[in-house]
Design a protein around this ligand. Structure first.
Ligand code: SF4
Length: 761
């Protein structure tokens, strides 16, 4: 029996490996060969991200215009891994669950669980039972109806959405929850870009990127904060290369040096596989964890000093006058700022900050991209508002090659929010929804992810419904989440593969297996397709053509309609059955309720689909003042008690969200293990630690402590006082209340910890 890689000894190699290039092709070949039927796998890769194909189930990186799309391979290594993982030849069927009790499955690691394969039929676990066993779809829906309809009030139910859910399913899902009477619609966006949505809506009137893909190559300078595109949006690297080829410059801001910025080899250009790899970054700023806000203010301070000397040469005064408010307040604040205090708080030297400011000084086409390193902080919104400040002062928004770029991490996370999956949708949306379906949606805001966990812990949340995802692992404060889910009367998970959320279950638990993105979706009226929205706001069609891995599988849409039929009964005024047969009918309703979807069914069938309206892209700022807001944001200096470190959770190159494809973080030179703590070599020496020494990590928050033990110390090029572990393992250290007060986005990148050397075993 081949040894699982996690059983092999930890290997570390400080030399960072090249990003992409031939190694990525080797990795794709390995995963296709290892997981699926090679022919089936390769055939499916030809459809990945193609106009008539299916949208990648991984990240939400924008697809190029169909005219520009590579007809051979419009995907990256991690997109291919996701396809191999979904089209796997492995199955978890009735026999599997007969042989594997919950207890035995709990002892397995998360890679092993998903690697067992695709779910094949609906499964139930009743109170006191030890093994899941099959149940029919009708009985499943009846079970759900029985539990929901006996709740004292609708807010005792919680409907969670992961970013893989299609537009059509997300729209019906929120409709179902609201017709049931609740706005309890937490989603994975609560844990990733919630802070971006809040800060961008306030300042530029829309919570989405203002740039499109083609803007990137036109930028003179692109700054990237708190993001590792080499692993989390790999196709971004080839766009960054085009920017460089057009003479643009890249400033990478990240506590960790990332291979994607340092040494890129284009996987589809063999001539680049030899010789020197492309260094994409022109300037690397190893900021301290959460030092980004101070850095942004310091840059603005330096530019302000220049602007005072050369009025109108540094700041775009014409743009500021016409399109913004708040200039006086912000320049007054910059006047009062101490550059040395900001420099110290950033963890960088004044020299490199001045270098960055100089790279921006005379430029007009500036894009700033960011991801979790910025959003999963307690002051995330303030940092994002400072990002917007810098762009507005430069007039770098709403024109070619300039603007905001919050890079979304999950394929349709933005689409789900656009469809109404949010616990606090605006009244305008509710009114339109009520008109379109002749009912009165609930007025009270619902719970987001953090409050949903608390509601279940308090015994208020009694039914948890997970539309995709792996909530038990994705959410912060793992022990509390486990306790919360196990308190529920019923937990239901719509999934493609076995995962930990099926094992951390309520008194009664259901697993409802759904079709994957790669599979045909045939209804009573024939083949149906769905649609998704990418980071740039492009809505595209997605249609799989593989024979489903089991004849029992249902689409997300069919599952929601089946459930609604059972819960609301035949007297429901909503045509759930027709929706399940004809997705054009769903899109007609979306068109009626949500702005920007005019002629949805016609436009979605066009190659490349269509872009949703985006005011900030046209300098039409839909804010309270009708202008873009320059804002003053406090800089809070955190004084850490002696011996404390700041820990951030990160992803390895061998995972997508909570899906663990393997144990090698190739780009960081870490192999065979995920149980590692990346520590600055100097800090390791101070703590008398050697590579491989076992560590006890204790996190502190509001007087509470959380422990993660037995992880191995690995010296890594990370700023002193900062350490890092992988997500989701590090979630056990994230307190449920350790989040941004503005958006409740968990501060998974800012955890106060101590490190203790454990006695050698
Ligand atoms: S960049 Fe993202 S969306 Fe594109 S293929 Fe890779 S994982 Fe999929």
């Amino acid at each position: 029996m081949k040894k699982d890689k996690s059983e092999q000894p930890l290997k570390t190699n400080p030399r960072v490996s090249d990003a992409a290039g031939p190694r990525s092709i080797q990795s794709v070949a390995y995963h296709i060969w290892e997981e699926t039927y090679v022919g089936r796998g390769v055939k499916t890769l030809f459809k990945l991200n193609q106009g008539k194909g299916f949208d990648c189930p991984s990240c939400a990186w924008p697809d190029p215009d169909p005219k520009e799309m590579s007809s051979i391979a419009e995907y990256c290594e991690n997109g291919a891994k996701a396809v191999a993982w979904e089209t796997t030849k492995n199955r978890v069927d009735t026999t599997f669950f007969k042989d594997h009790s919950i207890e035995s499955l709990l002892a397995q690691n998360d890679h092993w669980l998903e690697k067992q394969g695709r779910l094949t039929e609906p499964l139930i676990l009743r109170p006191g039972e030890k093994n899941y066993h099959p149940i029919s779809w009708e009985e499943s829906f009846a079970e759900i109806a029985e539990h929901l309809n006996r709740l004292a009030e609708p807010d005792e139910a919680i409907f969670y959405t992961s970013g893989r859910t299609s537009n059509e399913a997300a729209f019906l899902y929120q409709l179902f929850a609201r017709q049931f009477g609740t706005n309890n619609l937490p989603d994975c966006s609560n844990m990733c870009h919630e802070a971006s949505g809040k800060a961008l809506n306030e300042t530029v009137g829309i919570g989405k990127a203002s740039v499109v893909l083609e803007d990137i190559r036109e930028a003179e300078v692109l700054m990237i904060f708190g993001q590792n595109p080499g692993t989390n949006a790999p196709r971004m690297l080839s766009e960054l290369q085009k920017l460089k080829q057009n003479g643009g410059k890249i400033i990478a801001v990240n506590p960790l040096p990332e291979a994607g910025f340092m040494q890129f080899r284009h996987p589809q250009k063999p001539w680049e596989w030899i010789g020197k790899p492309t260094e994409l970054q022109d300037l690397y700023l190893p900021v301290s964890i959460n030092g980004d806000l101070a850095l942004l203010k310091a840059i603005q301070k330096i530019l302000w000093e220049e602007e005072k000397q050369y009025p109108g040469e540094v700041f775009d005064l014409e743009f500021i006058r016409e399109f913004t408010v708040g200039y006086e307040a912000i320049t007054k604040e910059l006047e009062g700022c101490s550059l040395s205090q900001l420099t110290t708080a950033s963890g960088l030297s004044e020299t490199v900050i001045r270098q960055a400011a100089e790279m921006l000084r005379g430029k007009k086409r500036i894009i700033i991209a960011w991801a979790m390193g910025i959003t999963q902080q307690r002051n995330a919104e303030s940092t994002i508002r400072e990002i917007v400040n810098l762009l507005l002062l430069k007039g770098a928004i709403g024109k070619k090659g300039a603007g905001t770029l919050p890079v979304r991490g999950h394929s349709n996370v933005q689409g789900d929010r656009t469809m109404g999956v949010w616990e606090k949708m605006p009244e305008s949306f509710m009114n339109k929804l009520g008109q379109a379906f002749s009912f009165t949606p609930p007025k009270n805001h619902g719970v987001g992810t953090v409050d949903a966990i608390q509601s279940m812990l308090d015994g208020k949340g009694k039914v948890f419904f997970g539309m995709g995802g792996n909530f038990a692992l994705a959410a912060p404060d793992t022990e509390k989440v486990f306790e919360a889910l196990q308190k529920c009367e019923l937990t239901v998970n719509v999934s493609t593969k076995l995962n930990r959320s099926h094992l951390i279950h309520g008194k009664t638990a259901l697993i409802l297996p759904c079709l994957g993105r790669t599979e045909q979706d045939i209804s009573s009226l024939g083949a149906q397709f769905v649609s998704t929205e990418d980071t740039a706001g492009r809505v595209r069609m997605s249609a799989g053509d593989l024979t489903p891995s089991s004849s029992y599988l249902k689409s997300e849409v069919a599952i929601i309609c089946g459930m609604a039929g059972a819960v609301f009964g035949p007297e429901s005024p909503t045509a759930w059955e027709s929706f399940a047969s004809d997705y054009d009918l769903i899109r007609e309703k979306i068109e009626a309720v949500i702005p920007g979807f005019d002629s949805y069914n016609e436009r979605i069938r066009k190659p490349g689909g269509f872009f949703l309206p985006n005011g900030s892209r046209e300098r039409k700022f839909n804010t309270s003042s009708g202008k873009a807001h320059l804002t003053v944001n406090p800089l809070t200096i955190q004084q850490l008690p002696h011996g404390r470190f700041i820990l951030m959770t990160v992803r390895s190159h061998d995972q997508f969200n909570t899906t663990i494809y393997g144990y090698d973080d190739r780009y960081r030179g870490i192999r065979n293990s995920r149980e590692v703590v990346m520590i600055n070599a100097g800090d390791m020496a101070d703590l008398d630690l050697e590579t491989g020494d076992k560590i006890k990590i204790t996190s502190f928050f509001q007087g509470e402590e959380r422990i993660l033990e037995g992880f191995s110390a690995v010296p890594y090029d990370i700023p002193k006082g900062c350490v890092s572990v992988y997500f989701p393992e590090g979630n056990v250290l994230v307190a449920i209340d350790n989040h941004s007060p503005e958006s409740q986005c968990p501060a998974s990148k800012y955890i106060e910890v101590t490190l203790g050397k454990m006695p050698a075993s």
